[in-house]
Ligand binder design. Structure first.
Ligand code: GLY
Ligand code: MN
Ligand code: MN
Length: 436
């Protein structure tokens, strides 16, 4: 399988940049977890997309002038003593061949080199406004160039957002990216199956979290794409619950939202299933609505439909279902117009998926939902959450939280569900769980 062509990613961005411009993309930084210990390092997705380089303390500069386009990497210099403590560093000398950049320097040279790279450049692309410290460093470099204008050098006059170029580029996945995301979704799907097979009332939520990570690691995934959500009982109503520290009780539904990364590419899957293997009457009724809504939403994923088409289909099915069960009262079309479903379904139906679990790319163009096109990847993840204090509904519905989430690739003719291997019909889930 061909890997990601990081050189092509740089070349495409350079082609789309205006003439006489520079783009500056820093790596992620290490973050302290507690004294002398850092969180596991995760490379910045933009930086990774353009370099494939996984070290911290690095900066990529893309420079485009009338006669030349080049990529310049700043990375940590070799340091025998530091490498004994924290591991191998590629170093600038080896970086040129290893990463295919045109030039490489030590990061300690950045403040000296950046003004030189900005001389006679008109516009500077960066993620302006997302990191104050970097903004300041880039502005300082521009100021340094301005100090030299009497020597005939011109300083940049334009600060351009890089997002419209870089993030639109990232939105359409290459076949190599789709392969990685397919692997991630397949591994995560099997991990969800494992959780359904292993769960027993009396276990703690974090034990399922551990089983999922173990399975993904054994299948070659080093990291999760986000902190797993394992919510039993009423915890399933907390959208981004990740305490994962409560005991699972007989009769609970368990909502697991978990997905691994493969080579930095994410998967994002949610399944909801009964701790004891059998849905009770209320759980079954609400679950079927969410499933029907999800299937209706997925059906809308095709080129030419707009991004919001799945959400509109989902809202229709959920509202109708809540009326049928008596949780909402009134005309479906009026309830939709009033957004009466929102106390039970308060989030949108999905998001882009890619290097970031909530991936980049605009959702609207000039105020209108954009059209889906082949190579885009998104989630479809409706839910119904009945809060324990939702006094407008009969007590029997309260404390039930359900979400079903799959990863959907837009293809030339429609869509492909990358996470299809994990069961989601009531029968299929109960059959799988009964087989234990
Ligand atoms: N896992 C976070 C989400 O589904 O958006
Ligand atoms: Mn999710
Ligand atoms: Mn999601």
């Amino acid at each position: 399988m061909p890997g990601i062509n990081f050189g092509l990613n740089r070349q495409t961005l350079l082609q789309n940049m205006v003439n006489n411009s520079v783009a500056i993309i820093p790596s992620a930084a290490l973050k302290v977890r507690n004294r002398d210990c850092e969180f596991p390092f995760r490379q910045d997705s933009d930086f990774f997309y353009l370099s494939g380089f996984t070290e911290d303390d690095a900066v990529l500069v893309l420079r485009k002038t009338d006669d030349k386009s080049e990529s310049i990497l700043f990375c940590q210099s070799k340091n025998k003593e530091m490498e004994i403590w924290t591991g191998f560093r590629l170093g600038p000398d080896a970086a040129v061949d290893a990463l295919g950049v045109d030039r490489a320097f030590a990061t300690s040279e950045l403040s000296k080199c950046l003004p030189e790279l900005l001389a006679d450049i008109q516009s500077v692309y960066a993620l302006w406004g997302s990191d104050k410290e970097w903004d300041q460093k880039f502005i300082q470099a521009i100021e340094q160039v301005k100090l030299k204008v009497r020597t005939g050098i011109t300083a940049p006059t334009g600060m351009l957002a890089i997002e419209p170029l870089l993030h639109e580029q990232r939105l359409i996945k290459s076949s190599a990216e789709i392969d990685l995301m397919t692997q991630a979704a397949q591994i995560s799907a099997q991990a969800h199956i494992k959780a359904m097979q292993l769960v027993k009332p009396g276990m703690f939520e974090y034990m399922l979290e551990g089983e999922i990570r173990h399975h993904c690691a054994m299948q070659g995934s080093r990291f999760d794409a986000y902190t797993s959500i394992v919510g039993s009982g009423e915890n399933a109503c907390i959208l981004h619950y990740n305490n994962n520290d409560e005991k699972i009780h007989d009769g609970d539904l368990i909502l697991i939202d978990a997905g691994c990364e493969v080579n930095h590419y994410a998967s994002d899957i949610t399944r909801t299933f009964p701790a004891n293997g059998t849905f009770n009457t209320e759980q079954r009724a609400l679950y079927q609505i969410v499933l029907d809504a999800q299937l209706a939403g997925i059906e809308q994923v095709k080129p030419g439909n707009n991004y919001n088409a799945p959400h509109e289909a989902v809202v229709q099915v959920i509202t109708q279902g809540l009326v049928d069960l008596g949780l909402l009262k009134g005309e479906v079309s009026e309830l939709i117009a009033q957004e009466a479903y929102k106390p039970f379904f308060m989030h949108k139906t999905g998001h882009w998926l890619g290097l970031d679990v909530h991936d980049v790319g605009a959702y609207k163009i000039k105020g209108q939902w954009r059209d889906l096109q082949a190579g885009m990847l998104l989630t479809v993840e409706p839910g119904i959450y009945v809060a324990v204090d939702e006094l407008t509904v009969d007590e029997k519905w309260r404390g039930i939280g359900i979400r079903i989430e799959d990863d959907i690739l837009v293809t030339d003719t429609g869509h492909k569900v990358l996470s299809k291997d994990v069961p989601k019909s009531i029968d299929a889930i109960e059959t799988l769980m009964a087989a234990q």
